[in-house]
Design a binder for this molecule. Structure first.
Ligand code: NDP
Ligand code: HSE
Length: 444
């Protein structure tokens, strides 16, 4: 059978990995796919750099639209990133009847509904395994391997950059900025690294997993997003003393009231496997009613790990290229006619309605009655305390210090109730700094 012809848009970190992996493993990939897969055209703004990567193996152009206009190209692989030109090119490729592979979680989390609809109308595939957790085949696992299950929750370390930063800060005591620069050098970080450190990238991925797990449309605008920039080494240290690790988790959960969709730093018991996922590694835990809890672990970022997922999508397309579109796996796992309407019977819950337990660090004057006042406010709000830890003032502020840190762990509480109690506690004259609140997830 004639090899399938691929046009690559953007040959940076992931694009060059995709080219290299396809070249290196082409014989085995052909045996698996049943036909060859050839990258015959590459577009990049920097054509000299692109030529240095591909040599004579593919035609290099500066204008991505030349690829879309070429009738010989069967599949367009978008590895540019962002919502701007990438969105226009993906929609144009679909309109031109090309299948699309993309690693662009930002684009799909925000514009997925429009893109999947356009693809369905044209009968083409939009494949995006690389968009979530890099090389881990989590989309395939959720969409196909776990298809028998009613998924209860999904929780994951789904941003390599922030996990790398948290690991290096904890293990080597390195500064945030130093580690971030290293993550950028290693090709883990997004073009705009605030997407990584403010939790936006993880929220893009959690949004996609939420849609696939529960059969709801992609609704990034409803996700709660909090990054790691407000974490301090003191919190990392106290968490350790209490038997927890702090991880940036993307969580989506089915509840009686609706779907939770949130990204924030979380205390996770140190004994859980996911708490021991270090560096740029990713891990996703999925709980299904039939299978129980399953864990998926691997490299979540970087050139060839991500290329592994891009090439897997290309193999799927090579196999399904000529199949009746009705026989393909739906892009969001559920048939499009069976997706719940946004805000319908499975609404994404506002953060105030999320129920979880908390770690609170409260900087207070080291004087009599302070603890009683704070625990009294929590009790009045119906918030039950699990544990209290008070540090020696000398340990916190140096010898002779009159300030100390009060660490409180709570049982499950509605976030809205916690917000009100914390506002009251923050107003106490003996509370000397903004309260640090980190949610706690037992994941059992
Ligand atoms: P890079 O910035 O390394 O590569 C993007 C490439 O696209 C660059 O070479 C860039 O050229 C080129 N480009 C920009 N605009 C155009 C255009 N109009 N036409 C053609 N080429 C263009 O990004 P990554 O490879 O890291 O990321 C690509 C995608 O993969 C993103 O969506 C990202 O979120 C996703 N992703 C990345 C992972 C990673 O580990 N890096 C992992 C998983 C997903 P120039 O440099 O000259 O601007
Ligand atoms: N910037 C992302 C990360 C790349 O650090 O995980 C992989 O999606």
């Amino acid at each position: 059978m004639k090899p399938i012809q691929v046009g690559l848009l953007g040959i940076g970190t992931v694009g060059s990995g995709t080219f290299t992996v396809l070249q290196r493993n082409q014989d085995e990939i052909r045996r698996r796919a049943g036909r060859g897969i050839e990258i015959s055209m590459v577009a990049d703004l920097d054509t000299a750099r692109a030529k240095a990567v591909v040599g004579d193996a593919a035609k290099v152009v500066g204008d991505a639209r030349e690829i879309i206009a070429n009738p010989d190209i069967d599949v367009v692989v978008e590895l540019i990133g962002g919502y701007g030109i990438a969105k226009a090119l993906v929609l144009e490729a679909i309109a031109a009847g090309k299948h699309v592979v993309t690693a662009n979680k930002a684009l799909l989390a925000v514009h997925g509904t429009e893109i999947f609809k356009a693809a369905a109308e044209k009968g083409v595939i939009v494949a995006y395994e690389a968009a979530v957790a890099g090389g881990i085949p989590i989309i395939k696992a959720l969409r196909e391997g776990l298809t028998a299950n009613q998924i209860q929750w999904v929780a994951g370390i789904i941003n390599g950059t922030t996990n790398f930063i948290l690991s290096e800060m904890r293990d080597k005591g390195l500064d945030f900025d130093v580690v971030l620069k290293e993550a950028q050098r290693l090709g883990y970080a997004e073009a705009d690294p605030t997407f990584d450190i403010e939790g936006v990238d993880a929220a893009h991925k959690a949004t996609l997993m939420s849609a696939i797990a529960f059969g709801i449309p992609v609704q990034f605008d409803k996700a709660y997003v909090e990054g790691i920039t407000k974490l301090s080494t003191a919190d990392i240290k106290y968490a350790e003393q209490l038997g927890y690790r702090i991880k940036l988790l993307g969580i989506t959960k089915r509840t009686d009231k609706g779907i939770e969709l949130r990204v924030h730093p979380s205390l996770v018991p140190a004994k859980r496997l996911i708490a021991n996922v270090e560096g740029a590694m990713n891990a996703v835990v999925v709980n299904g009613d039939a299978v129980g809890t399953t864990l998926y672990y691997g490299k979540g970022a970087g050139s060839e790990p991500t290329a592994s997922a891009v090439v897997a999508d290309l193999v799927d397309i090579a196999r399904l290229h000529d199949a009746d579109p009705a026989h393909r796996v739906p892009p969001l796992a559920f048939q499009s006619s069976s997706l719940a309407a946004a805000g319908g019977e499975l609404p994404v819950l506002p953060m105030a309605d999320v129920v979880t337990s908390y770690y609170l660090r409260i900087r207070v004057s080291d004087e009599a009655g302070v603890l009683a006042k704070i625990t009294g406010i929590l009790a009045n709000a119906g918030i039950s305390i699990d544990a209290v830890l008070q540090r020696e003032a000398d340990e916190v502020g140096g010898e002779g210090s009159t300030q100390t840190d009060l660490i409180i762990l709570t049982h499950d509480t509605r976030e809205g109730d916690m917000d009100r109690a914390l506002a009251e506690i923050q107003g106490l004259p003996t509370v000397l700094a903004p309260i640090n609140r980190i949610r706690k997830e037992e994941l059992n």
